[in-house]
Design a protein around this ligand. Structure first.
Ligand code: SAH
Ligand code: SF4
Length: 391
């Protein structure tokens, strides 16, 4: 029988299994603790339990995902992008962002994506399958392991990698529970951000979960005519429905929603779009996060110039809509969503402090509201999937 992903089990299932094998429940609990605190690289590295139990465990379970072709670009920009291989051989992207004191993991929730946004490399590959809860948790533990190797630990998780998390709702929420569970990874709930393209029933459901995670909505356009083109799912959940859902979310949770806006030259960076956006966002507890388009192969669009972004955000200022322009990072790391999976370049290295020595550690990503606080290096493509949207 093929080995199972051990992170797919919940605590009780693991303890029951260990007890069934004739070992104590305490031993099961010790394995659980080790798996989440120490992030071992293999079952053989599980410590603090009898060797016979480790052997038994190793016959039935494995730690997955593992590095496939490697880590791309130990980058001075503070971005490490990994291509990971799942048990069935399919590959996903997982990104480690490193700046200031923040260590953020950008995690995938699906292999590919069915939503087909034309500017997104993942959208162009189509949908392959959902990730299991264990595979989502496994990515987080993989990054934790990489960080432990250099005496560091994850501080934040953003569900902004490949796929649409709210179209894989149960597994995504199950994974988040594990990430925030005090007996799991024990990250604070507010340090987890879920980004959705605007799956209205999913947002409505998330608003009722007893989980104080942050929500980001990929808006990109403020008229249905344009959003139908940029975000095909808008035809199913148009802007009125989406903003009703966002409003309800804010009312129910009291939490601010982040609106993401990929800046595309001459397409959604116009005065009309800024005014439509301001009209819809005004008075709502939201924050706009503008990101320059990251150019992807076969994509006809270009990122907005700094001047056009300035003009756009000036209109938001007029209406009092808070916004931030995220700095582009990781353009040298082979890029946007899904691109790495196609290109498979690079060699594996372990992150170390020197790899990040050039990162602008002074850039605290906790940004001032309503200000363009980080500039975009000219000629550098944006990198949405390596952005930490925390505000
Ligand atoms: N499916 C979810 C989460 C993954 S995409 C969503 O769409 O929100 C994460 C973010 O990356 C989204 O805001 C998405 O619009 C953005 N993105 C995708 N391709 C991009 C590109 N080429 N340049 C800039 N941002 C991009
Ligand atoms: Fe899917 Fe998000 Fe890419 Fe759209 S932007 S295709 S929803 S991953």
């Amino acid at each position: 029988m093929p080995k199972q992903n051990i992170y797919q089990l919940d605590e009780r299932e693991l303890i029951d299994q260990v007890a069934q094998w004739g070992f104590t429940r305490e031993a099961g609990a010790a394995i659980w603790r080790c798996l989440h605190r120490d992030a071992p690289g293999s079952i053989q590295q599980v410590l603090g339990v009898p060797a016979a139990l480790v052997q038994r465990l190793d016959e039935a379970y494995e730690i997955t995902p593992v590095v496939a072709d490697g880590q791309i670009g130990a980058s001075h920009e503070g971005v490490l992008k990994y291509l990971l291989r799942l048990t069935d051989g399919v590959q996903i992207e997982t990104v480690l962002l490193w700046y200031g004191r923040r260590r953020s993991g950008c995690i995938s929730t699906q292999v590919g994506c069915a939503c087909g946004c034309p500017f997104c490399a993942t959208g162009q590959t189509g949908y392959v399958r959902d990730l299991t809860r264990g595979e989502i948790v496994g990515q987080v533990m993989f990054l934790q392991r990489e960080l432990h190797a250099v005496g560091e630990a994850l501080t934040n998780v953003v569900l902004m990698g490949m796929g649409e998390p709210l179209l894989n709702y149960t597994n995504t929420i199950g994974a988040i529970r594990r990430i925030v569970d005090r007996r799991g990874l024990a990250l604070a709930e507010r340090r987890v951000t879920l980004s959705t393209v605007g799956v209205v029933p999913g947002i409505d459901r998330l608003a009722r979960e007893p989980l104080s995670v942050k929500l980001a909505v990929s808006l990109h356009a403020a008229s249905d005519e344009l959003r139908d083109r940029l975000v095909p799912l808008n035809r199913k959940y148009p802007l009125d429905a989406l903003f009703r859902s966002i409003g309800d979310y804010v009312a129910l949770t009291g939490r601010r929603v982040l609106l993401e806006w990929v800046m595309i030259d001459g397409v959604n960076d116009t005065r009309e779009q800024a005014e439509e956006l301001a009209y819809r966002a005004q008075g709502l507890h939201v924050h706009l996060n503008a990101i320059r388009l990251n150019e992807t192969p076969g994509n006809k669009w270009r990122p907005s110039s700094v001047e056009r972004i300035d003009a756009f955000t000036a209109i938001l200022d007029e209406y009092g809509v808070p916004h931030t322009l995220r700095q582009s990072r990781g353009a040298s790391v082979a890029a946007g969503c899904g691109q790495l999976r196609g290109s498979r370049q690079g060699v594996r290295t372990t992150p170390d402090q020197s790899a990040f020595a050039g990162s602008r550690a002074s850039e605290d990503p906790v940004l001032d509201e309503g200000r363009v606080s980080l500039d975009v290096p000219s000629g550098t493509a944006g990198e949405a999937h390596v952005e930490d949207p925390q505000i």
